[in-house]
Design a protein around this ligand. Structure first.
Ligand SMILES: Cc1ncc(COP(=O)(O)O)c(C=O)c1O
Length: 374
């Protein structure tokens, strides 16, 4: 492979380009927060909440300190606790499970399909017991799961549906934005996300006023009126500086997502190699390509080859949740979620961020197309 045009290693994610582009605007926004000393909660957070609810086409948004807290508080708002079970995909980032465990409830891990790598709706009902209270669907890698199919199972079995949209800001399911389908949807604004704060942050969106009011109280020490505490709450407020950076970045997000889609489409259409498998994309889903994951039998061989060709892939995620040591006490074993296990053992993530140049994208495609199983 001729690498002469590509001098620098192309990494899986690079945040520097994006942050250089908007540096002045973000610094001005920081200055305003500083002048107003609105460091925790306050007007900048409220402004972002309004903007983000509009973006998600929901009535309400509540800013919190990270996406894991968003899931935790959403679970509490649904009344989930000890003795309850919540079904979640085995292939997700572990925080989906933390939200359940923090309440004392038990996560129940379900397999994904072998081609979309999203929750397999046909395998959900066998996981339902009298203790099941909710299903959390995850729009993993930025691609929506089959919401109608999962929603139907929830309705039939009287379960709550919650969306973990931490990786999918702006993704669309059947032309509507994700975030408006479940009782609530949880987002992460971790810096590497499609919409990432300059710091840690997260949020919950909902159309339900009761959940909204409860979440406002839960994140603020269980208090609406200062120093009066109606219940045991948390300090999970969003910071003003984080909110200010998000307000700037939200304006750019549609363009950044468009560029990710452009790159994703090129990868989908131009990577042609029988030993590399891409994620199946049903026509009702419009991904925002938080990650571009592929699978191949000899992953170690491909990682070595990519590195030799100036491409540094990522790995999301090497161990499925049901086999994580933290959940050993639940007694899962290999073979319980075969598709999620296959994915964990064979996946890798190609470079994906809006600032990748056409030449870099072309290089990744060319290198992959020339790959032979060495
Ligand atoms: C699918 C998923 N859920 C939840 C989270 C948790 O978000 P955070 O890292 O902001 O706590 C993340 C991000 O890391 C995620 O990718």
């Amino acid at each position: 492979m001729n690498n002469s045009a590509i001098q620098e290693k192309i990494s899986c994610l690079d945040l520097k380009g994006q942050h250089q582009q908007i540096k002045e605007e973000v610094f001005k926004a920081f200055e305003k927060v500083y002048e107003n000393t609105a460091f925790s909660g306050g007007t900048f957070v409220e402004e972002f909440e309004n903007n983000f609810a509009t973006f998600c086409q929901t009535k309400y948004a509540v800013g919190v300190n990270n996406g894991t807290s968003a899931l935790h508080l959403a679970m509490i708002a649904l009344g989930i606790g000890k003795g309850d079970e919540v079904i979640i995909p085995a292939n997700t980032f572990i925080a989906t499970a933390w939200g359940v465990s923090y309440t004392g409830a038990t996560p129940v891990f379900a397999d994904c399909t072998s081609n979309t790598w999203q929750l397999d709706a046909s395998k959900l009902e066998e996981k339902i017991t009298p203790n099941t209270k909710a299903i959390i669907g995850v729009h993993l890698y930025g691609q929506p799961f089959d919401i109608d199919a999962v929603s139907l199972i929830c309705k039939k079995n009287n379960l709550f549906l919650l969306e973990d949209a931490a990786q999918a800001h702006g993704a669309k399911y059947k032309l509507s934005s994700v975030g408006s389908f479940g009782e609530m949807a949880c987002f992460s604004f971790y810096p590497g996300k499609n919409l990432g704060a300059c710091g840690e942050a997260g949020g919950i969106v909902t159309n339900n006023e009761n959940y909204y009011k409860h979440l406002l109280s839960l994140r603020n020490h269980g208090s609406i009126v200062r120093y009066y505490h109606n219940e045991i709450g948390f300090n999970m407020r969003m910071g003003g500086l984080e909110a200010a950076s998000l307000n700037v970045k939200l304006k750019y997000l549609p363009n950044w997502n468009d560029r990710r889609r452009e790159i994703g489409k090129r990868y989908q259409q131009e990577i042609k190699n029988d030993i590399i498998k891409l994620q199946a994309q049903p026509n009702w889903s419009q991904s925002v390509y938080h990650l571009f994951v592929i699978t191949t039998e000899n992953r170690e061989g491909l990682i070595k080859y990519l590195n030799e060709n100036n491409i540094s892939p990522g790995l999301h995620y090497p161990v499925p949740c049901h086999l994580q040591e933290a959940y050993a006490h639940l007694g899962y074993k290999e073979g319980d979620c075969p598709n999620a296990e296959y994915l964990a053992n064979h996946c890798l993530s190609l470079p994906m961020y809006a600032e990748l140049t056409d030449m870099e994208v072309g290089h990744v495609i060319e290198v992959l197309n020339e790959y032979r199983n060495v």
